[in-house]
Design a protein around this ligand. Structure first.
Ligand SMILES: NC(=O)c1ccc[n+]([C@@H]2O[C@H](COP(=O)([O-])OP(=O)(O)OC[C@H]3O[C@@H](n4cnc5c(N)ncnc54)[C@H](OP(=O)(O)O)[C@@H]3O)[C@@H](O)[C@H]2O)c1
Length: 294
């Protein structure tokens, strides 16, 4: 079978950039940003896609800030649900496979065992509701599509929580982070490897699949882990200790956040036939490459 031609949407985003770097090394890969395909101009999407040849489309674009979604719900709906549905229709019509990225924020955040793919969804904010609407729309019009839910991404292409905590710790030892909100930090680099396998070795896998590292973290334990690794690597952080605070104390947030959205990756492990490493090991790899590049 010839190597699939891949189209990535979200070229300027953290995950989109990582996917492009990884996949373009081995496959004919094109990446489009908002300039090439604007999700808020739904009438132009189908024709734009029809004019471009591809076999697999990875949709890593969307309105990803919960607070922005909360104040701009119509735009969030276009970006996270309406446009993905049109894209899925296009993919289905041409026999291409769509892999659509979604989020752990489709879950309520109530106390729960690890959330599995089949568990009930009940998002608490506009971001989660529009992402869930996108998942459902994509799978309805393109049953062969794959919805890949991810959580708490980190990697070299966009600063995230560990990067900002390390930056702040270079300036002050007075740091705080939320302790009562938990999920699974997940390496963009690891996602790239799993996605390549899903494209090449599992071309017919469809439905919902959780793509996350193993383990559990709060924003607080994630921050302290990053600071401890950074200190060991010689980064002159002023502290590795972070004051724990509650989510309720962050009164400036516009969107409610779910508290407990730790996803199970058992289905992914079963599919790939390999153990999925812990987020801490993946974080260590990322920080070693950032601060001690070979
Ligand atoms: N980051 C996380 O921790 C996290 C957690 C759970 C799920 N996810 C999901 O993972 C996926 C990738 O996330 P990410 O962190 O890589 O996102 P990101 O860095 O915020 O990138 C989002 C991408 O979407 C593009 N975009 C936004 N609105 C658009 C529009 N109207 N038309 C076309 N493109 C538009 C952005 O373009 P511009 O640069 O022009 O804005 C950017 O390329 C998303 O589906 C997200 O919901 C992420």
């Amino acid at each position: 079978m010839p190597a699939p031609r891949i189209l990535i949407l979200g070229a300027t985003g953290g995950l989109g950039r990582a996917l492009h770097r990884h996949l373009s090394a081995g496959y004919a890969t094109t990446s489009w940003g908002r300039g090439e395909l604007d999700f808020e101009q739904p009438d132009s999407i189908a024709a734009r896609l029809e004019a471009h040849p591809f076999d697999v489309l990875l949709n890593a674009a969307g309105m990803t800030s919960p607070d922005a979604c909360e104040v701009l719900p119509e735009r969030a709906l276009l970006a996270n649900a309406v446009a993905p549905q049109i894209i899925a229709e296009s993919c289905h019509a041409r026999g291409a496979r769509m892999i659509h990225f979604s989020t752990d924020y489709v879950f309520s955040g109530a106390a729960h065992d690890l959330w599995c793919e089949a568990d009930e969804t009940a998002p608490v904010n506009v971001y989660g509701r529009t992402k869930l609407a996108g998942e459902r729309a994509v799978l309805k019009v393109s049953p062969g599509a794959l919805v890949a839910r991810v959580s708490w991404l980190f990697g070299p292409d966009k600063p995230s929580h560990p990067d900002s905590m390390i930056q702040r710790a270079l300036l002050t030892d007075d740091l705080s982070a939320v302790e009562d909100k938990v999920s699974v930090p997940t390496s963009n680099a690891d996602i790239c490897g799993w996605i390549e396998q899903l494209i090449v070795r599992h071309p017919t896998t469809s439905g919902v699949l959780h793509l996350c590292n193993s383990g559990v973290a709060s924003w607080h334990s994630w921050a302290e882990a990053a600071l401890t690794i950074a200190e060991r690597l010689g980064v002159p952080v002023k502290t590795t200790r972070v004051q724990p605070v509650t989510l309720a104390s962050l009164t400036q947030l516009k969107a409610q956040r779910p508290l407990m959205t730790v996803m199970s990756n058992a289905k992914l492990q079963g599919l790939l036939g390999e153990e999925i490493r812990n987020w801490h090991d993946a974080l260590e790899d990322y920080l070693v490459q950032k601060y001690q590049p070979k």
